[in-house]
Design a protein around this ligand. Sequence first.
Ligand code: ADP
Ligand code: MG
Length: 584
Amino acid sequence: MSSRTRKFLSYYKPYTRLFLADMACAFIVSAATLIFPLCVRFVTKNILEGGAGGSGYAPDALDQIYFMGAVMLGLLVIHTLCNAFVDYQGHMMGALMESDMRRELFEHYQKLSFGFYDEQKTGQLMTRITNDSFALSELYHHGPEDVAISLLNFIGAFFILVSINVDLTLIVLVFLPIMAAYAFYFNRKMKQAMRTSSDRIGDINAQVEDTLAGIRVVKSFTNEEIEEEKFAYENNRFVDSRRDNYRTEMYFYEGLLTFTQLMTIAVVIFGGVSIVSGSLDLPDLLTFLLYIGILIEPIKRFGNFTRLYQEGITGFDRFMDVLEVQPDIQDSPGAVDLANVEGNVTFRNVSFKYKEGYGYVLKNISLDIKAGEYVALVGSSGVGKTTLCSLIPRFYEVNQGEILLDGQDIRDIRLRSLRKNIGIVQQDVYLFAGNVIDNIRYGKPGASREEIIEAAKKANAHDFIMTLPDGYDTDIGQRGVKLSGGQKQRLSIARVFLKDPPVIIFDEATSALDNESEKAVRESLEKLTNNRTTLVIAHRLSTVRNAQRIVVLTDNGVREQGTHEELIAMEGAYANLYNTQLEI
Ligand code: ADP
Ligand code: MG
C-alpha cells in the first residue's frame, strides 16, 4: 500500500464506529433491496399461480398474502431507516473528515516558508482548501458505501439470477466482461481530464484573487478590459477542460447504459422464445427482469462512483502535493529557546541567493551589531537591504556563513523563540480585517485593553484612534483600507511596542509617508528604539543621520561604515548618496 493510500485511509480512523455503523446500514439497505423482489415472486408464483392452475387457491392464501404484505412493509421501514442513517450520519462523517483535512492543510500552510509562497498563487492554495477537500468528503462518505452496495447487490442479484434460470444468466455473462473493459478504459481517460479541470478551477480562483486584490490599481488605470481578458482566458481554458471531461464522461455513462439496455433486450427476446418453447414460465421471466434491474443498478452506481472517485482522488492528489512539501526552514533537532536576549546580531561571511540558478544577492557579508546599537543600512535600490534584514528572523536560509544572535547561530535557535525577539516594521503594513484594537493586539495576543492603549500612545496613534467613529473598536476594512498610510504605520508600530522585542528592524518604514506623518512616525520610532538593537533602512537622511553607525551596502558587500560625519569626510559612496539626495 502506497504511503498516500495509507494517508487517505487514516482519515477514517477517528470515525471508525460511525463508519462501521454506516457500512452496516448500507449492507442492510442492500439486503432489503435484494429480498423485495423475492417477496413479489413468492406472492405471484407460490400463492397466486397455484390457484390459477385450476385447483383453487389454498385455504390460507389470503392470510399468506397479508403476511407477505406485512413482511414487505417491515422491509420498507428497515430500508428507509437505514437509508436515512446513511444519508445523514454518513454525510456528517464526510464533513467531519473534510474539516480534519482542511485544518491539517491550514496548519501546514502556516508552516511553509517564504520561499514556498514566493512561488505559489494564493487562489490555487485556497481552491485546495475549499473545492478539493469538498470533493474528497463526498468520496470519503459515498465511496465505500457505493462500492459495498454495488458489490453486494451485484453478487446477490447474480446468484439469484443463476438460481432462477441458468441460460438467461449466460446471456448476462456475455455482456459483463465487455462492459468491464469499456469502463476501465474510460475511467483512465476521466482521471486525466479531472486533474486538468481541477487545476483550471484553481487558476480561475487565482486570477480572481489577483484582480480583486489589485482592484484599486485596475480602476485607476481603467484597465477593467485587460482584467476581463485575463479572466476570459482562464475561464475559457476551464470550459475546454470541462469539455474534455464531459466528453469522456458521456462515453462512459452512455456506453454503460446502452450495454445494459442491450442486455435487457436480449433477455426479453431469449426469454420470450423460451416461454413459447415451454422451457420457461412467465413469473420466472418477470422475476428475472426485476433482478436484471437490480443488477443494472450497481453498474450505474459504479459509474457514479467512478466520477466521485476521480474527483476525490484528484482533490486528494492536489491536497497531498502541498502537504508533502516540507518547509525549507524548520527547527533543527537540538534547537534551543533563547531567554533574556540582549540583542547582539552578527553576520559572519554571509552569502545568500534566493534560488538555485539565481545570482547571489548577498556575497560574503560580515557585520557586527552590538546590543542596543542603532545602525542604519543604506545603499541603492535592489542592492539587498531588505534581503539582509529578512535573513535575521530566518525568513530565508543563508547559503554560506552564519548569523548569530547573542553568539548563538540562529539555526540552532527555535524559530518561535527567534522571531519573538525580533520586531519588524515595513513600508507596506499588513493589517487584518477587523477593528483597531484587535490589530494592535496582534503584537501580543491576550494583551489587555490598557496595555494596548499604552502601546498606541507610545506609537503616537492614540490621538487619531480617538477621532475614529468607534475609537479602538472601529472597523478598519480589509487590509486597513479605511486608514491613511501614516495611520496604518503607527498601528504597526504600536504592535511592535506591545511585542516589545530586543531587536528591531525598520525597513523603509517611513519612506512612503508625507512629511507630517513621517514626523509623527519618526518620533514614535525613536521611542521604540530606546535600549533596543535597531537596524534601520531608510532613504531619508533625517532618520539615518543620527544613527550611531551607518553601513553602506553595495553590490560588493559592505563598502564603508561609520558615523554620518566620518562618512561624509571619506567622500566615498555615502557622501555621493548624500549629495545626490541634497540635490532633490
Ligand atoms: P533592497 O531592499 O536593497 O532594495 P532587495 O533586498 O529587496 O533590495 O532585493 C535584492 C535583490 O533580490 C533584487 O535584485 C531583487 O530582485 C531580488 N529579490 C528580492 N526578493 C526576491 C524574491 N523573493 N525572490 C527572488 N529574488 C528576489
Ligand atoms: Mg527593500
